[in-house]
Design a protein around this ligand. Structure first.
Ligand SMILES: Cc1cc2nc3c(=O)[nH]c(=O)nc-3n(C[C@H](O)[C@H](O)[C@H](O)COP(=O)(O)O)c2cc1C
Length: 195
């Protein structure tokens, strides 16, 4: 697709998606099919990216791999607090089961003389946001989550991150399974001022 091939109606759809994206905290099976996922993956590559470094990579976690991620979350949590009650342990273990598919969005530093790590993290975040919008545009529910598990060394190691990588977010994806919030309507003028 070239930029020229984007028609007016396509642009309107893009604006509709951008203006209406909302998180879907309650998700169920099925996960998006492969062609829907491919559209989501492709959107990551349209993120603003200084030096075109593509300073990101993504892990796709679905099916039984979610249970393994749950075990990793529990191991990390028990390292922080070995006295976690059984009920709470079950809830930690089940966190990854809140969606049929999770994308772990990873900022993956590429050494560059002019592009500091901060900018590369921002690009990985922009790629993540693009994927949320691409999911929403296709009717797929999505939610960006982090929590302490995203920053725990055991989780990072268990997921295979290197020293120069960090978790930007867990993007939970699936079929919308509960009511969505009403879109808030901020006073946009409060955030944009002539200078
Ligand atoms: C980096 C990042 C981490 C987030 N982590 C969490 C989280 O762990 N739990 C949560 O409930 N929301 C988290 N959020 C916020 C939600 O994804 C969501 O954006 C927020 O609830 C506002 O809802 P909306 O996306 O529908 O506007 C995070 C957002 C970002 C950008």
């Amino acid at each position: 697709m070239t930029v020229r091939s984007l028609t007016g109606s396509f642009a309107m759809k893009a604006l509709d998606a951008l203006h209406s994206r909302i998180s879907a905290p309650r998700l169920s099976e099925p996960a998006p099919d492969q062609s829907t996922l491919d559209n989501i993956y492709k959107a990551a590559f349209r993120a603003a990216d200084h030096g075109l470094l593509r300073p990101w990579r993504f892990l796709v976690i679905r099916g039984d791999s979610r249970n393994q991620l749950g075990e990793l979350f529990l191991k990390a949590s028990l390292e922080q607090d070995p006295e976690i009650p059984d009920e709470k342990q079950a809830s930690i273990r089940n966190k990854p089961l809140r969606a049929p598919l999770i994308l772990v969005s990873i900022s993956s530093l590429k050494e560059h003389p002019k592009v500091p790590q901060f900018e590369q993290d921002l690009s990985a975040a922009a790629a993540s946001q693009n994927m949320l919008v691409a999911a929403h545009a296709q009717g797929v529910g999505a939610m960006w989550r982090t929590g302490s598990m995203a920053y725990h060394p055991l989780v990072m190691k268990g997921l295979g991150l290197t020293e120069s990588e960090k978790i930007i977010g867990f993007l939970y994806l699936g079929t919308i399974a509960g009511p969505l919030k009403t879109l808030s309507e901020p006073n946009i003028d409060d955030y944009f001022k002539e200078w």
